[in-house]
Design a protein around this ligand. Structure first.
Ligand code: ADP
Ligand code: TYD
Length: 209
């Protein structure tokens, strides 16, 4: 197995699709293969970004404007990029992100109907142009996502319901087509083990063969 540089891999999908499960499994696999790997999640992952996350998700701020939401999501991303993602990539580590820039396109673009071209520019500014090497889009039907989340407490965005998740999913499909080289779509309805195998096959095909 050959390895000559670090990689940045992001996981995307609607709420409850199973991406956190897969992100963690991939981190463990890569670490077992000797690729030092760190896992981050958005919004959050730094002191500043966790404070922003509180405003976005847990403080019950229902009056938040959609543009404000987009700016706070990307503010959290800017801090995480500079403080954690870029330094780790520079040190030769792999970085896995549980959500990144595509979440803003899907949720604030698809879900909240903000202009996607503006959001792409905003993401670019927030990430200083950093683009993932690979994005895994775990695709499931909104009803299934809701079933899987039923046990948990919904946060402000998750509370928006199945219609909202449907709009988000639609936009994920649009961006998966637009950035087809970078985005790998997996069927999230399969078993955890099958999904894990499909993702690992794609990664070995791209980087280790
Ligand atoms: P997300 O991070 O996308 O919100 P999680 O990985 O936290 O989703 O998974 C949500 C719930 O669904 C968890 O209880 C998890 O164990 C379960 N789950 C994850 N993947 C699958 C799967 N492929 N099939 C059935 N249940 C799953
Ligand atoms: P989280 O509890 O991390 O959920 P999940 O396990 O589904 O990732 O909540 C993150 C929520 O924030 C989720 O509903 C998606 C939303 N979000 C956006 O709306 N825009 C963004 O740019 C990001 C990163 C997340």
């Amino acid at each position: 197995m050959e390895l000559n540089r670090s990689r940045f891999i992001t996981f995307e999908g609607i709420d409850g699709c199973g991406k956190s499960t897969q992100a963690k499994l991939l981190m463990e696999t890569l670490n077992n293969e000797g690729c030092k790997t760190v896992l981050v999640r958005e919004p959050g992952g730094t002191r500043v970004s966790e404070a922003v996350r509180e405003i976005l998700l847990t403080k019950g701020m229902d009056e938040l404007e959609h543009r404000t939401e987009a700016l706070l999501m990307t503010a959290s991303r800017a801090q995480l990029t500079d403080e954690v993602i870029l330094p780790n990539l520079d040190n030769g580590n792999w970085v896995i992100a549980d959500r990144f820039a595509d979440s803003t396109l899907a949720y604030q673009g698809g879900g909240r109907s903000l202009d996607v071209e503006w959001l792409i520019k905003l993401n670019d500014y927030a990430t200083a142009g950093l683009t993932p090497d690979l994005t895994v889009f775990v695709d499931i039907m909104p009803e299934e996502g809701q079933r899987r989340r039923e046990a948990n407490n919904p946060d402000r965005i998750e509370k928006a319901g199945v219609d909202f998740q449907q709009k988000v999913r639609k936009m994920y499909h649009v961006i998966a087509k637009r950035f087809a080289e970078r985005i790998f779509v997996v069927d999230g309805h399969e078993t955890i083990e099958n999904i894990q195998r499909n993702i690992w096959q794609e990664i070995t095909r791209r980087y280790f063969l």
